[in-house]
Design a protein around this ligand. Structure first.
Ligand code: HEM
Length: 398
């Protein structure tokens, strides 16, 4: 069936602008209104659905045949065309073939060998920062492990290492709606980043790194050489800001909820739960889109073939239908079913690494820091990511 051409046929509908400065500064009231309007709500201004409730979001993410990723997971066509062929935008069964190769260095057993190095790096950095007592937990702490370790593990050259953070933030901004300043500047950066990876010479990559391993998998016929090149972006694009924002938001929440920090210090076995709860409450990626391949009833709302739906992980994670008192940061809450890492076949392939980086830092801090005082904080508005750009903290040593 051909999709009806007029937006009036989609209901419920609203003219909220999810990419306005107001909403991006504090998106949560808007998310709540969307959840109250229905399991899927037509964003008339942008011509796409918002799926804001926990159960509807999970059911859409599980149904990759109806909610395909192959037409891209951004809002605009230019970003979707640029990302064609990467793992994030491929459907099963091809997607699973790529993911098997991609995951080789990221399985928990492989990550065990990384633990010691991450710990040594984090210890040294925390030592330096504690001497200062006051520091920027974003640029001086949260950036450190992802930038040092991920770019090194992938085996990038100095140029790649230095530019990756700028590129990754640009890529995510470029995923917004057409015509918005943040989208336009992000798309320029997207071109530059894909251009770099498309032209990178295999010899420029560290022969022991993950990037080189992709090309070796291609030599062995597990994937094609084109796929290997495209998958470099899967290692780099989603690995940096996500983890950086995850760690800085966790520290921000700990500064604002000192009783939760005390609790964690008494029982550091809660660190994993504390990270999940931080991801739930301040999801680093607000949402990605899917293209609808056939007419579909999503919990009573009809979505039409040819529509696009924005799955709002950040809203689903605060759904009062699923979480009691959802605005509260509670590290004893069972929030392991949050979807900050996605859900279903595209669930984050790097989540064990991301959580390991965050838990390494928290593990050291719970032993050495009695209290985190927030001195100053700042956010840069972003089309897809949520996180702090600045978090000056003063720490009291234990
Ligand atoms: C706190 C840190 C992280 C968060 C919050 C996060 C979030 C996400 C989310 C929401 C998705 C789902 C995409 C979708 O539904 O289409 C995803 C997928 C993905 N993430 Fe992460 N991510 C994190 C860390 C990482 C790291 C460290 C890496 C790389 C080493 C990574 C690589 C990927 C890849 C490759 C996918 C696509 C998986 C697939 O298509 O099968 N992520 N991530």
């Amino acid at each position: 069936m051909i999709a009806p051409a007029v937006s009036e046929t989609r209901s419920p509908s609203t003219d909220f602008d999810l990419w306005s400065d107001d909403v991006l500064s504090d998106p949560y009231p808007c998310y709540q209104q969307l959840r109250d309007l229905g399991p899927a709500v037509w964003l008339a201004r942008h011509g796409l659905w918002a799926v804001a409730r926990h159960s509807a979001a999970r059911s859409a993410l599980l149904d990759g045949e109806t909610f395909t990723s192959t037409e891209g997971i951004a809002v605009n066509d230019a970003a979707n065309n640029a990302a064609k062929g990467i793992m994030l935008t491929t459907d099963d069964p091809e997607h699973l073939r790529l993911r098997k190769v991609f995951l080789r260095p990221l399985m928990p057993a492989a990550l065990n060998t990384l633990k010691e190095r991450l710990n040594a790096l984090a210890e040294a950095r925390v030592d330096e920062l504690l001497k200062k007592r006051e520091f920027d937990a974003v640029s001086e702490l949260a950036h450190y492990l992802p930038l040092t370790v991920v770019t090194e593990l992938v085996g990038l050259s100095e140029e790649g290492k230095n530019k990756m953070l700028y590129w990754a933030a640009g890529l995510f901004n470029g995923m917004g709606p057409d015509g918005y300043e943040r989208t336009l500047s992000g798309l320029e950066i997207t071109k530059e980043a894909f251009g770099y990876l498309q032209n990178i010479k295999r010899e420029e990559l560290d022969p022991d790194g993950w990037g080189a391993a992709l090309f070796e998998a291609a030599d062995e016929g597990d994937i094609t050489h084109g796929e290997a090149r495209a998958m470099l972006m899967d290692y780099l694009g989603p690995a940096l800001d996500t983890t950086i924002n995850g760690l800085s938001s966790a520290l921000w929440l700990m500064g604002r909820n000192p009783e939760q920090w005390d609790r964690l210090r008494v029982d550091p076995s809660l660190i994993n739960a504390a990270i999940d709860e931080a991801m739930r409450l301040e999801s680093p990626i607000r949402g990605f889109t899917r293209y609808i391949t056939r007419d579909h009833d999503l919990e009573g709302v009809t979505l039409y073939k040819g529509d696009r739906a924005l799955i709002l992980y950040a809203s689903a994670n605060r759904d009062e239908r699923r979480y009691e008192d959802p605005e509260k940061y509670d590290i004893t809450r069972k929030s392991g079913d949050h979807i900050a890492f996605g859900y279903g076949t595209h669930v984050c392939a790097g989540r064990h690494l991301g959580k390991l980086e965050i838990s390494t830092v928290l593990n050291i801090l719970v032993q050495r820091v009695k209290r985190i005082h927030i001195v100053e904080e700042g956010r840069e508005l972003h089309n897809t990511l949520r996180g702090l750009s600045k978090l000056i903290v003063r720490v009291e040593e234990a």
